[in-house]
Design a protein around this ligand. Structure first.
Ligand SMILES: NC(=O)c1ccc[n+]([C@@H]2O[C@H](COP(=O)([O-])OP(=O)(O)OC[C@H]3O[C@@H](n4cnc5c(N)ncnc54)[C@H](OP(=O)(O)O)[C@@H]3O)[C@@H](O)[C@H]2O)c1
Length: 292
């Protein structure tokens, strides 16, 4: 067994990826792109059978581990099995996540805990599990799949916004903690992409009539769960290309805008924030240059 592993690890150069939520959507597309480029991937899924086909296509470069990212022990076991198989991890993509449509007043306790456990604590458990390996290697890149909704917030997406804002908060602190160990951290702020996220993957709180008018204003219908058809955003291949280019470059921004719609969304959110501060005449933006 060890001989086979040594052989597959010498034969396959390039980074070893660790991708959560690799069964569908962006996670699957990233996994396939890496495998097609000859790279190795530790793909985590909740049900191993969803990657049976891909496993048959890439038996020596795909390692499938089963983990629900809410389960800290399962995440640790998935990381350990990946390191055992390929000897290292280079690019760790915290991708698993979902959206929740519900006004703050509508979201129940299980829904609130569920999305925070998945979108915020899941990436935390993954980061904690991989960091000892990345620090020991003196290299590695953690890519947090975030959203332009982590810069602003939208009515009825508040718990989703909260989870991703939290993800960005701890990730910025983390970047400062691990840079000296040679570990990079990126938050990838995605615009809209055509995955299951806004369709079958979306969760919905039980609607209250008090928010029907708001839903009609935002979505054109008060009815939830909504019915979706047609592309739900840009082709996911565009996100894959942008993320692969970013990790291949020797350096780059901490916040990566991903998608043609992302820059305008972030600009609008930052402008609104600056306008909110603007009545306070101690606040000036752009900030004056600091002189020594
Ligand atoms: N698509 C967009 O427009 C968009 C925009 C901004 C940000 N994002 C972010 O992009 C990431 C990927 O989403 P996507 O667009 O690819 O959506 P998707 O097609 O709905 O895929 C979501 C993935 O997350 C996994 N997942 C959900 N909960 C999980 C849990 N508790 N444990 C393990 N895996 C779990 C799902 O696994 P199962 O198959 O087991 O359910 C699935 O593989 C998410 O973090 C999302 O917030 C997407």
């Amino acid at each position: 067994m060890d001989d086979i592993r040594d052989e597959e690890n010498t034969a396959a150069p390039g980074p070893v990826w660790f991708v959560t939520g690799a069964g569908r959507g962006l996670g699957r597309a990233l996994t396939r792109a890496a495998l097609e480029a000859g790279e190795r991937v530790v793909a985590t899924v909740r049900r191993a059978d969803v990657l049976t086909g891909l496993g048959a296509e890439f038996p020596s470069t795909l390692h499938v581990a089963t983990a629900d990212v809410r389960d800290r022990d399962a995440v640790r076991a998935a990381v350990a099995s990946g390191v055992d198989r390929f000897g290292r991890l280079d690019v760790v993509v915290n991708n698993a996540g979902y959206g929740l449509v519900g006004a703050i007043e509508e979201v129940d306790e299980a829904e609130a805990r569920g999305i925070v456990d998945t979108n915020l604590l899941g990436p935390l458990w993954v980061a904690q599990a991989v960091l000892p390996h990345l620090r020991a290697q003196g290299a590695g890149h953690i890519v947090q799949i975030s959203t332009t909704g982590a810069v602003g917030a939208m009515p009825t997406l508040g718990l989703y916004n909260a989870g991703k804002w939290g993800l960005e908060g701890f990730s910025q602190a983390l970047a400062g903690e691990v840079a000296r160990s040679g570990v990079r951290v990126t938050v990838a702020q995605l615009g809209g992409f055509d995955t299951d996220w806004a369709g079958p993957g979306m969760h919905f709180a039980t609607p209250s009539a008090a928010y029907d008018e708001l839903r009609r204003e935002l979505f054109g219908t008060a009815e939830v769960p909504w019915h979706t058809e047609g592309p739900l955003g840009a082709p996911v291949a565009e996100a894959v290309d942008a993320l692969r280019r970013h990790v291949q470059a020797p350096d780059g921004p901490f916040r990566l805008l991903v998608g043609a719609d992302a820059p305008d969304q972030v600009t609008a959110a930052l402008r609104a924030r600056c306008e909110d501060y603007a009545d306070d005449d101690r606040f000036t933006w752009p900030a004056p240059a600091v002189t020594a």
